[in-house]
Design a protein around this ligand. Sequence first.
Ligand SMILES: [Ca+2]
Ligand SMILES: [Ca+2]
Length: 284
Amino acid sequence: MSEAEVLYSDVKFTRERGNTGTASSPAETTYSEVRISKTQPSTGLTADSQQQLVSNGRSKFPSETVALGVVSVLLAAAVIALGLISHKNMELSQRLTEHDAVAKNLTEQYSKVKSCNMVQPMCPNPPDVKMNEPKCEEGWELHGGKCYNFSIDSLPWYLSRKQCIDQHGDLVKIDSREEQTFLELKVREKMNEDEDKFWIGLTDSETEDTWLWADGSPLDTSLTFWFSGEPDNWTGRDSNGEDCVRMGEKGGTPDLKCWFDKSCKEHHRHICEKEAAAARLKCV
Ligand SMILES: [Ca+2]
Ligand SMILES: [Ca+2]
């Protein structure tokens, strides 16, 4: 039998007749036996023939096999692509690590290059040092934007002036009472004895009693600090008189008046003066 037939039941339907006046009411009528046939799909092959096809390696659904093959190929391709991407990422990560190492090395080397004694535009805003802050070289003292050097050795006035010029300055010119006060106190500190005085840049060597500063400017007669009785152009030790000025009174003097005219040939210490450097910075 090619079809599977299933007999589920005998089915009876009951029809209730109306009151027709017949004597046979109620009555039951059997209309039919109902048989429902469930037909199973048939491959048209016997079990043996199906088994034979499988054993021959042939699928009964060749299109599904092809689809599976395609999916497998696509999966393999995806796996390979992921592997390549992962490899590229590893290479990129390694290069970034190498780049970071180089940058760190350069930073360390740059941080070591920091010593400079002169003004250098490369100094990136050095801390603790104000731009244009006046500075003096070693051995010079800063005051009022000027640098002063009080010599140790004693020389004639002209050699003293030469020494100042050789150091890019000149013998001191006193422009104010405040400057005189500063110098008078300083030389008092430095004087070892009463005659241990200091040359300043004032002379009347060109014209007697016409006092000029070393830079050629005339002496302001309202701003002088002559010791009592000076200048006297005394000729007791030098027949040429006294044409150069020294200052200093170890024991102090009234109203800062400590200037004396002396022979320019005398040996004394001296005071050099020059402008303070605008900005001699140190990179830190
Ligand atoms: Ca004189
Ligand atoms: Ca004198």
